[in-house]
Design a protein around this ligand. Structure first.
Ligand code: NAD
Length: 356
């Protein structure tokens, strides 16, 4: 079985992609998993479900920018790989307050790279050859594409436009520098927008699904004609496992579904799924759509060329229509998770009864 006798160190494992990856690793591989997550507003231990209590899983609450904690955990668990998914990930929040993005996405990644490098330097030759530092990055580092431009390849230039994208681009550069300068065995994945169950309710698809289910207005930025390529989180996590297993050292892999659509089309698909789920007449939910002022620096179009990852025999398995229907159904039936995720009191997100 994959990763037999190996420990994988996953940061951000209580987040959206992280929890899906941790649970998938425990189900699909023989890996032991150590999760490090600061449990910010975006982290939710409830998302890890049965992974909490699994003897192959250790959960630690802590910050990737805390050098002592990171170094001690890596020393203690001797991982075969570090997968860095911890991040501040919401573009709107990065516009309101960029500094936490600099702290986590840049300083945090640098701290993690440093700890990984010190550890890797001390490994036997065989263990050092097997070691990987995998950085989860985003198509947003490429900035906005014109309608007629071809999808970004791994070699396309970086032109980030939001503070979020700028800190993710900077983190990619740090990862590259550790590879070039010190020889650290790194891999970067750059993915398009993800969607699926257990995504924080502030993000487009869960936000619209929940508002649509509740019969509330559905505010869309600007004309809603921004183009994105949505990848189901299960396909993303399968790609991370594939790249870790078979990806080439020092390489970067773009991960997209090659199925672009506008935000307006996405919201219409959600409305259709809600009509079906809630037994409403066709078209009723879409009447809730409204347009609000666009956000500053809103990129018009992202698109990735994923041929290199396809060459590792990875291909997305979930169609957008099936994925959205299942996602809407998930948000409709998991109210406890949704309320805890949206609640300001972190105790709800770790399954404790809040006091006071
Ligand atoms: P998320 O916001 O849902 O989860 C981030 C997790 O990181 C949370 O559990 C949070 O508590 C944790 N965290 C934040 N700061 C931390 C710190 N300093 N130390 C330790 N943990 C910390 O994000 P996500 O959507 O799961 O994204 C995971 C990664 O994938 C991020 O690096 C993101 O940039 C990247 N990515 C996401 C998408 C997407 O559409 N979701 C697309 C491309 C790339």
């Amino acid at each position: 079985m994959l990763f037999e006798g190996q420990t994988l160190f996953v940061t951000g494992g209580a987040g959206f992609i992280g929890n899906t990856l941790v649970r998938r690793l425990l189900q699909r591989t023989a890996a032991r998993v150590v999760t490090l997550d600061a449990l910010t507003y975006a982290g939710n231990v409830l998302s890890l479900g049965d992974a909490i209590g699994d003897p192959r899983h250790t959960f630690v609450q802590g910050d990737i920018a805390d050098a002592a904690t990171v170094a001690e955990l890596i020393r203690q668990h001797s991982p075969r790989a570090v997968l860095n998914l911890a991040a501040e990930s919401h573009v709107d929040r990065s516009i309101d307050g960029p500094s936490q993005f600099v702290q986590t996405n840049l300083v945090g990644t640098a701290t993690l790279l440093d700890a990984a490098y010190v550890y890797w330097r001390g490994l036997s030759e065989a263990d050092a050859n097997a070691f990987r530092f995998l950085q989860a990055s985003t198509d947003e580092v490429f900035g906005s594409l014109a309608a007629d431009e071809p999808p970004s390849t791994e070699a396309s230039p970086y032109t980030p436009n939001s503070p979020y994208a700028a800190t993710k681009a900077g983190a990619d550069h740090l990862v590259r520098a550790y590879r070039q300068t010190y020889g650290l065995p790194t891999i970067i994945t750059r993915s398009t927008n993800n969607y699926g169950p257990r995504q924080h309710p502030e993000k487009l698809i869960p936000l619209m699904a929940m508002r649509a289910l509740a019969g509330e207005p559905l505010p869309i930025y600007g004309d809603g004609l921004q183009v994105r390529d949505w990848l189901h989180v299960d396909d993303q996590c399968e790609a991370l496992i594939t790249v870790l297993d078979r990806g080439a050292l020092g390489e970067t892999y773009n991960l997209g579904a090659d199925d672009p659509r506008t935000n307006l089309q996405v919201v219409h698909a959600i409305c259709d799924a809600v009509d079906t789920h809630a037994g409403r007449p066709a078209g009723e939910t879409a009447t809730l759509i409204t347009h609000v002022e666009d956000r500053p620096g809103h990129d018009r179009r992202y698109a990735l060329n994923s041929e290199k990852a396809n060459g590792l025999e990875w291909r997305p398995q979930t169609s957008f229509s099936a994925g959205v229907e299942a996602t809407v159904a998930w948000y409709a039936t998991n109210r406890k998770w949704v309320e805890a995720a949206a609640d300001g009191n972190p105790k709800k997100r770790i399954g404790l009864r809040p006091r006071g």
